[in-house]
Design a protein around this ligand. Structure first.
Ligand SMILES: CC(=O)OP(=O)(O)O
Length: 602
């Protein structure tokens, strides 16, 4: 009997198909032609998405993984194609997203002869990858790719497989190379002991101002968290990635911390005497966790995370759902807490302030009104690709995450140019949903060639460019540096609507508050007709209020609120009241005012 044969590259694609991969993002080069041939053969089963820069392909794969939880796949050819992948792969690494990168290599017979575009790729990917291999035989190609996918899932990171081009053409035995059956088995969840939960409850009982800081893993258990927050009277702060995981309309959800914060969250956290970090892995902990003394409880399902941001008073290795269920079961309802009430009141007023800014009807166009319009047209299950810069702060503050919405950012790596690739990945993964890209002009102009990808695949993305000819996130940082002029942050303006039109995308420019609603209506109508659209919103370079400059400390047995010495040194406003007023917030009150009102003691 003759053994059935299959090209090694086709066998590799069948492995991807078995793992449920639908889209593969990349740009061909000569050293990748054996896989390109296979992609053509398998086009009914797997979709090759031609991006216009490998960086965009790698970022789209990372965004796909972050949005869906499923592996994202990207490729680049030997040499420049491989190098261009790096930015997107680092984004995946830093945000723990499973991504497979297939990398072309010259035919193995030409390797080590200083051949055209040949370079040693494996060492280059060593730092970014959790698994990094060059295929050594045609027969092992599907096996190595299968193993790479398992490693990417297991280690929540990037797996790289370098493929000498000639191996892909070779016929190998046609057998089932994929090991996807492991997907059926859920990992066992760690759970707390009764004693651990009782110790936690004792710490809560002895605290005057306990506060939660929770990570995005809470999403499935947000109901239990809210029940415990109410029962024990503990307000909640969240990490940036947890935005939307705890409903914004829960009165005890104070929102995010630090620079992208709500005022109430930063203020309340600064007075906490007990911080309960629940799956929170916070990249700014070194700033925010070290401003004052508090007791620290950490509950995490990853044992390698314990103590990495703060010394522990209590560490509980547990899944958040298991922990919350037991804490609810073993706790008694706490008496009403003045700290909880004061925090909730401060948050309510903060939300009213944001609402006021969004609904301004006079003055120049600024980012708040753009967000009002996005919220107006956004559907319940919209998907957002949000680019790095002010749009991160602004989306955390102004974007309405209610409903079944999904969003993604380049969180820890924070690369600019993420919005377009994320929107492409979002629209391909969720073809029936409305998808937005929200980018600053600096970020957008790094990847704008990939509007062509939206056109090529008929992706009706709503691209919003918040365009102020400034790297505004950086400008704000420079504003706070003593005796520093603005340096290198001003950008040449462009007519992004015209650029979009030149690529086949409907382009709309909006310069005034009056023009804004009609522009968004037109954008909506365009995408409903199946076409991508771009709104170039010419906004001011106004800065949002930097609430991270607020500081609380105890003087004579009472909390006192000030603005940081650094801010005072670089700005005219010296009092908290003047600080609020300079950001159009004369009605805002320091948390200390609420403390007095509700009787919170230091
Ligand atoms: C990085 C940066 O400053 O971006 P933006 O101008 O969108 O804030």
């Amino acid at each position: 009997m003759t053994e059935k044969k299959i090209a090694a590259s086709v066998a590799m694609l069948k492995v991807l198909e078995a793992w449920g991969v639908k889209d593969v993002y990349g740009y061909p080069g000569g050293s990748f032609n054996s896989t390109m041939k296979a992609l053509d053969i398998e086009k009914e089963n797997i979709n090759y998405v031609q991006v216009r820069h490998e960086q965009v392909g790698a970022l789209a794969a990372a965004a796909h993984a972050k949005l869906t939880g499923q592996i994202g796949v990207t490729f680049g050819s030997a040499g420049p194609g491989a190098v261009n992948l790096l930015n997107g792969l680092y984004d995946a690494k830093e945000d723990h997203a499973p991504v497979l990168a297939l990398v072309g290599q010259v035919p193995h017979t030409n390797m080590n002869y200083d051949y055209f575009q040949e370079f040693p790729e494996v060492p280059m990917f060593q730092d970014v990858a959790v698994y990094d291999r060059i295929v050594m035989t045609p027969e092992s190609l599907p096996y190595v790719v299968d193993k790479a996918i398992r490693e990417a899932y297991k280690n929540k990171g990037v797996a790289v497989v370098v493929i000498p081009n000639d191996f892909g053409y070779v016929e190998i035995p046609d057998v089932d190379y994929a090991s996807t059956t492991i997907l059926d088995k859920a990992e066992p969840k760690p759970a707390p002991t009764d004693e651990e939960v009782d110790k936690f409850l004792e710490l809560v009982k002895n605290a005057k101002r306990p506060i939660f800081h929770v990570g995005s893993g809470i999403k499935e258990n947000a109901d239990k968290l809210i029940e415990l927050s109410r029962k024990l009277q503990i307000p909640i702060t969240i990490t940036g990635l947890a935005k939307g995981s705890v409903p914004d309309d829960y009165e005890g959800n104070l929102g995010t911390l630090n620079r992208a914060a709500s005022k109430a969250a930063d203020e309340a956290f600064a007075t906490a005497d007990l911080v309960i970090a629940l799956g929170a892995d916070f990249p700014f902990a070194n700033l925010v966790y070290r401003t004052h003394d508090f007791k620290f409880v950490q509950i995490d399902n990853d044992r390698s995370h314990f103590g990495r941001h703060h010394f522990l008073d209590l560490g509980i290795w547990s899944d958040s759902g298991e922990f919350l269920a037991k804490a609810l079961e073993r706790s008694e309802t706490a008496p009403e807490s003045a700290f909880f009430k004061a925090s909730v009141a401060a948050m309510k007023d903060w939300k009213a302030y944001l609402n006021k800014l969004m609904h301004k009807e006079e003055g120049p166009l600024s980012f708040e009104q753009v967000y009002r319009e996005i919220n107006r047209i956004a559907e319940e299950n919209a998907v957002f690709g949000i680019d790095t810069g002010d749009n991160i702060i602004n989306s955390f503050r102004f974007l309405d995450f209610k409903g079944d919405k999904k969003w993604t950012i380049s969180a820890l790596f924070a690369t600019m140019g993420y919005g377009v690739p994320a929107a492409i990945a979002g629209q391909l993964a969720y073809p029936d949903r409305q998808v937005f890209n929200i980018s600053g002009d600096g970020a957008f102009s790094m990847v704008m060639q990939d509007l062509l990808t939206e056109v090529k695949y008929n992706l009706p993305v709503i691209n919003i460019v918040t365009s102020n000819q400034t790297l505004n996130f950086i400008k704000s940082e420079q504003d706070d540096i003593f005796e520093m002029n603005h340096s290198g942050i001003y950008l040449v303006d462009a007519d992004y609507a015209k650029i979009a039109e030149g690529m086949g995308v409907k382009g709309i420019t909006v310069k005034t508050l009056e023009e804004l609603p009609a522009a968004f209506d037109e954008a909506l109508a365009t995408t409903k007709a199946g076409r991508p659209v771009l709104i170039d919103a010419k906004i001011t370079d106004k800065r949002g209020i930097p609430v991270e400059e607020l500081e609380l400390h105890v003087e004579d047995g009472k909390f006192v609120e000030t603005i940081s010495a650094g801010y005072q040194a670089t700005h005219a406003e010296k009092t908290v009241e003047d600080f609020f007023a300079s950001y159009d917030g004369a009605e805002l009150k320091p948390l200390t005012a609420y403390f007095e009102e509700y009787g919170v003691e230091a």
